[in-house]
Design a protein around this ligand. Structure first.
Ligand SMILES: Nc1ncnc2c1ncn2[C@@H]1O[C@H](COP(=O)(O)OP(=O)(O)O)[C@@H](O)[C@H]1O
Ligand SMILES: [Mg+2]
Length: 367
């Protein structure tokens, strides 16, 4: 794996608008963070830290502290290419860079989040086809767990960040999705067998969904505390959104779910009037819509292609600042939601516990 070093200026850009060079040096002197190192960047030698030191730095000067209790987030809407996986990737990497122990659960057979987390990119060119296939075939996923062929600990894979883990998508997810339909309490499998267990060991669980209502998706919704749902700022998404919101509300009501929904405007073009109008319509008319959004951006696309968050890739540039503001906004909404629930403001909803008789608790199929 390529060594990743971050010069001091870049680190300040990633984590903080307030900290200065002197603050980092003070933390270093007091032993709160690792000693800096010197490395060559082009023709010059710079002072900085390796990627392994970023979580301790992030924890001290960053903007994304650990939530007061473990949180499960799902990223879902019924449209593809609207930055679901990009949001999941950026949230996951930025959280992990703040020392928030994070596990991503890939639930889309397309496997974009598994690819974006670099799961298959360390296959050496020199490795022969047989050993590559062996390795890929031996990768265990949720489906193996579902079939009782492995344990949870064996499907959790490390990534290039010490604090970030992944349950990768495997081809058998398709069959598992079908099989889920045949079990009792079929909407609760991921919540009970995965999320609740992961929450004992992780601060943050992120489920990246496909754009379809299927068993994996309904499981992800039932298992989450917070749903993040991108709102693409394009005219053809308008109708899609209204249908989606209606369906989502019905689902929440029938399943008696109380997860918080955060809508995020994505892919707006700053020089297109219609796109900006759509964004402001969302802002003014959609309850739970964030003020921050993500614009159409080649740098954003590049970051994902390089297995990176946009903050690591181009800190200080507009798309990175936008992502930082958005993640900060999401953080405060989530923490506020936890606080409210704990204060008992939503006592009646919070006190709800799913019916335990094994029968489906709603009449309608959400496939
Ligand atoms: N800010 C951005 N603007 C435009 N495209 C982006 C941006 N960030 C990422 N992308 C790219 O857009 C494509 C679709 O995004 P993705 O997150 O995979 O969508 P989804 O998961 O909703 O299908 C990906 O190739 C991704 O790399
Ligand atoms: Mg995706």
């Amino acid at each position: 794996m390529i060594e990743k070093n971050f010069p001091l200026k870049k680190i300040l850009d990633i984590f903080s608008a307030h900290s200065r060079k002197g603050d980092l040096e003070e933390l270093e002197r007091q032993g709160y963070i690792n000693k800096s190192k010197r490395f060559r960047s082009g023709a010059i030698v710079k002072k900085g830290w390796g990627i392994e030191s970023l979580p301790q730095i992030g924890e001290h000067i960053g903007f994304f502290p650990r939530f007061s209790q473990p949180v499960a987030v799902s990223v879902f809407t019924t449209k593809g290419g609207v930055l679901k996986s990009t949001l999941a990737l950026n949230l996951a990497r930025v959280a992990a860079l703040h020392n928030v122990k994070t596990c991503v659960v890939g639930l889309d057979i397309q496997g974009d989040i598994t690819t974006a987390l670099g799961f298959e990119n360390d296959i050496e060119d020199s490795e022969d086809l047989h050993s590559i296939l062996d390795r890929l075939n031996n990768t265990k996923g949720l489906a193996d767990l579902f079939n009782g062929q492995t344990r949870l600990g064996d499907v959790i894979q490390p990534t290039d960040l010490d604090r970030l883990f992944l349950i990768p998508e495997t081809p058998e997810l398709v069959a598992m999705n079908d099989s889920l339909g045949n079990i009792h309490r079929r909407e609760f499998w991921i919540k009970e067998k995965i999320v609740e267990k992961l929450k004992k060991d992780f601060d943050l669980v992120i489920m990246d969904c496909s754009p379809n209502w299927n068993q994996l998706t309904t499981n992800a919704l039932v298992g989450c505390d917070v749903l993040i749902s991108p709102l693409e700022c394009k005219i053809n998404n308008f109708r899609n959104f209204k249908v989606f919101r209606h369906f989502l509300n019905e689902f929440k009501e029938e399943m008696k779910m109380s997860f918080k929904t955060i809508f995020v405007p994505t892919r707006f073009s700053v020089n297109r009037k219609l796109s900006l109008e759509i964004r402001s319509w969302y802002e003014n008319n959609v309850e739970g819509c964030t003020q921050c959004g993500l614009r159409e951006s080649v740098l954003g696309e590049e970051a994902t292609a390089l297995y990176s968050s946009v903050l690591e890739h181009v800190p200080g540039k507009v798309p990175a600042k936008e992502m930082k503001n958005l993640l900060q906004e999401i953080h405060s909404i989530v923490q506020e939601n936890i606080d409210q629930k704990n204060r008992g403001d939503f006592y009646s909803i919070n006190g709800y516990s799913p019916v335990g008789n094994g029968d489906p608790v709603f009449g309608r199929e959400f496939r």
